[in-house]
Each structure stands twice: as C-alpha cells, then as structure tokens.
Design a binder for this molecule. Sequence first.
Ligand SMILES: [Zn+2]
Ligand SMILES: [Zn+2]
Length: 155
Amino acid sequence: MVIKKEPTLYDQAREVLDSKIEEMGLRKTQERYRILEEIYKREDHFEIEDLFDSMLQQNFNVSKATVYNVVELLTEIGLVIRHNFGNKNAARYEKAFGRRQHSHIICTKCNKVVEFCDPRLLLIQNTVEKYSGITIKDHSLVFYGVCDNESCQKK
Ligand SMILES: [Zn+2]
Ligand SMILES: [Zn+2]
C-alpha cells in the first residue's frame, strides 16, 4: 500500500513560490526556500529580527539584508502578510497561504498577539459594501489593549 502524504502548507506555498520565481525570471536560490520554510514552521507574528535570529540559531548563514529582501518578495507574491501594528513598532509578518482571514488583538505592553474570527464582520462588510458602492477586497481590524499578564497589568 502506498501511503500518500498530504502536502503541507509549506509544500503548497513552495509550489506557488516556484512558479512565481519562474514567472519573474529570478534564480531559485536556496535562501528563498529555506526562509519560506522557516516562516511556514512558525505560528506567530514575527519581526524580521526574530526570523533572522532563529535562522542564526540553526546555523543557517544568511545576511539580514537577504532575509529582509526574501520576506519582501514573499509579501509581494502573497505568501506572507505584513502588519503594521501601531506605528511605533517594527512591521510584523505571518504566513498567509491557506490561512483564514482573521483579526488581531494586541497587548500594547508585551506585544502579545491574539487572533480571532468573528462572522459578524462579514455582515458589516456586506452592509458597507452595499451603501458605499465599493467592492471590498480585504480588511484589517486590530484591537489594542492590555493583557491579563501580571507584569502587563502592573506597568
Ligand atoms: Zn501583555
Ligand atoms: Zn494573524
């Protein structure tokens, strides 16, 4: 019996990257795939700095500029989403492929991010779409607050 392994999100994202790289006439450098893999292993909303650090920890020798450029490319082709949570913070990123649309709640003390989905947002979207005459393609909603962590409450 042949057990067929379900393709992971990374496998699927890799295929998208493959075809985009061909389309854009870029070289298939090892860095691009390795960074994509690292991003798809993560479950968090990370800064470039976090990604760079974890790659260093795994002895993957790559420059910060390369990490930055690859993440830019992945954002451009829709495999990664960039968030600007609050203006003073560095941009945060998360994997995009195969993920549901969701909203975020941020603790402004420790920068913890919690995701949520609420179907009522779709109702709002449909309503404003009707009266504005604008076809909505995307939205972002972020709540800012203080989490129940003791040290955040104290600050
Ligand atoms: Zn907190
Ligand atoms: Zn998220």
